[in-house]
Design a protein around this ligand. Sequence first.
Ligand code: HEM
Length: 370
Amino acid sequence: MAEVSGSTTPSSRQGDQRRARFDWAGLRADLRGAVPDASLALVVTGLLYWLLYVRVENGSSATVKIMPMLADADEFWMYWMCQAFGWSAMLWAYITVIFGLLRSGPRPRWGWLPAARLEKWHRTTSLTTIGLTFMHAFFFFTDQIRDNQTRWSFGRSVWTAFVDVWVPGGYATGTGRVAILIGLLAFYLAIPLGLAFYLRHRTGSRLWLALHRFVIVVYVLSIWHTLLFSSQAWYDGSFRTLLWVLQIPLAALLLIRLMAPARPGERLRARGPGRREHALPVGARVAGRLAAAATVVGLVTVVVTGVDGGRSPDAGSLAPWPEKWVIWVGLLLFTLAVVAVVLRLRPRATAASRPATPAEGRAEESADLA
Ligand code: HEM
């Protein structure tokens, strides 16, 4: 294997520049590709907004039952927008995770859904999810400014809303002090873990794929945030149960994806050629499968027993669990795991270890999947 020599030719310099760059062209193409599903997401958000608005008007709003001061549908429109974008973000997150798991697991044999189309849909719906989440938090931000202005100057209102909404740990009261922290971590983690794809020519396909696997944590944080904070699912009841039930197929799909991965290198083989090349040690891959199986069992148990964290209208408000420090410790452990993977898989500085061009990179990924 030849080492890269000190002297570089113009074409190898161009290749290096291409590798070092963020794949803006790829991102632009995917953003263009996301226009249809983002448009559909906006239509869905509009319908959800209308539903939330009508329920406030006719007195059946779950939110108003918990927060009677929000009973004016017109005055609090930004809050309904926040809620509507929250639900469309959650729906799109669900859909994009399904596409991703189908793409990297035992792919469906339907002719109309080849792997390339699944992957494209996964990429576009995940970009749309990030956009919807931003809009969800943005409308919360604008609503907070509105609320703050009933007490303070414009400058102080904007600053306080900024800290409360965009700074992790900034929101200091009620269930939101935990739920908003979890939501913000989901949002902020989605950006690097999702967009690492566009750095794959620099990181090498093994590293970005390994980093991308951590993205499931974003979904877990999102649904956790929803179950903790949603005023529609605040109390025990059929809607809250439905949210839990919907997680079962997703967890089952994750388990199937881990048991029957599309990439031969991810199958459980402790022996045989190439075993040293695996991105994850066998122990970690066994642990992943056990965790997914335990999640399926745990979800079924929650649904069957009905012990799903819902509140009762008769009981007083419960302190949110866990405390914030538990989440910070979790984030620290998560970061250490990501750093360990980066150190283990970072590309060597040899010409052979990285694809020279995007086209070669794609060929390498396809070979990986063959
Ligand atoms: C991936 C990230 C996120 C997802 C998928 C998500 C999704 C949701 C969903 C589905 C709800 C329930 C809405 C309802 O009950 O009507 C919700 C509630 C809420 N979220 Fe998020 N969220 C995320 C991040 C954030 C962030 C970053 C913030 C603010 C910084 C935030 C603020 C809120 C607020 C204030 C509520 C309460 C709305 C209510 O009264 O029900 N969320 N979120």
